[in-house]
Design a protein around this ligand. Structure first.
Ligand code: NAP
Length: 250
């Protein structure tokens, strides 16, 4: 099998860290990208101590120059990146009447512009190799969520972006799919609990009760879905949005 190189953005912690470790255990070389290169140390350590090959790269996915440099560095040090997980994300929640333009723009910048820049920069490697896998992190919030006009718009936008890349890149052997997680226990959901003033354990219990399986998701639940989409054998699965949310959603 060809030795493939993957890029996972926002992989210093949470879902991104779990996806990076899972892809490494699947046999890929993995570039761990996050805003602060030193913050990637624990993910890199987990991968190398399990025998995987990885590098940490500091980059801001919403910045064109930063993305260009990061992708070039990955290509130079690990080889052509033909697997891309657009996972980096931020929240700037507020009700519409209190939402600032900065909070709107920042969320669009990281999720939508960031995924666009990363996909545009890596696609030439994928089309040249005749193989590629792009996975975008959407969210159940794409269906609408109070206080998240910016985030839900970005996550719904990523679904359209996903389907369009699937159509444009399919003939080059490149698939593009989206994972839309429900509630996953990470720093991001812990920060939301803190913002609304609910202890995280109570917050998780409420989220668990709202699912069919009566539990919250863990980063490994998302890593498992990403592993499936990135598998060489998943080449006939493209343009899909997989809700990983412990049950069906309306
Ligand atoms: P997280 O714990 O907050 O981790 C997000 C990571 O992205 C952080 O390491 C963060 O770095 C990094 N990041 C932020 N802005 C960046 C930028 N401009 N360039 C590069 N890296 C950047 O979040 P998570 O819960 O693992 O979520 C991962 C993805 O899943 C996000 O796209 C999120 O929207 C999506 N998602 C999560 C849930 C959930 O319940 N957790 C549900 C649905 C969807 P810093 O620490 O330096 O900010």
């Amino acid at each position: 099998m060809t030795q493939r190189t993957a890029i996972v953005t926002g992989a210093a912690r949470g879902i991104g860290a779990a996806v990076a470790q899972r892809l490494a255990s699947d046999g890929l070389q993995v570039a761990v990208i996050d805003l602060d290169e030193s913050a990637c140390a624990s993910t890199v350590e987990a991968i190398t101590s399990a025998g995987g090959k990885t590098i940490a790269v500091g980059a801001d996915v919403s910045d064109e120059e930063s993305v260009k440099k990061a992708v070039q560095r990955v290509a130079d040090e690990l080889g052509a990146p033909t697997v891309l997980i657009n996972n980096a994300g931020i929240l700037r929640d507020n009700l519409l009447f209190k939402m600032s333009v900065d909070d709107w723009d920042m969320v669009m910048g990281v999720h939508l512009r960031g995924s666009f820049l990363m996909a545009r920069e890596t696609q030439s490697h994928m089309t040249k190799e005749g193989f590629g896998r792009i996975v975008n992190l959407s969210s159940s919030s794409a269906l609408g969520n109070r206080g998240q006009a910016n985030y839900s718009a970005a996550k719904a936008g990523l679904q359209g972006f996903t389907k369009t890349l699937a159509i444009e890149l399919g003939k080059f052997g490149v698939t593009c799919n989206a994972i839309a997680p429900g509630f996953i226990a990470t720093d991001m959901t812990a920060a939301t609990a803190e913002r609304v003033g609910v202890p995280f354990d109570d917050f998780m219990k409420g989220a668990a009760d709202a699912t069919a399986v009566k539990k919250v998701g863990r980063p490994d639940d998302i890593a498992n879905a990403a592993s499936f989409f990135c598998d060489e054998r998943s080449g006939y699965v493209s343009g899909q949005v997989l809700y990983v949310a412990g049950g069906p959603l309306n």
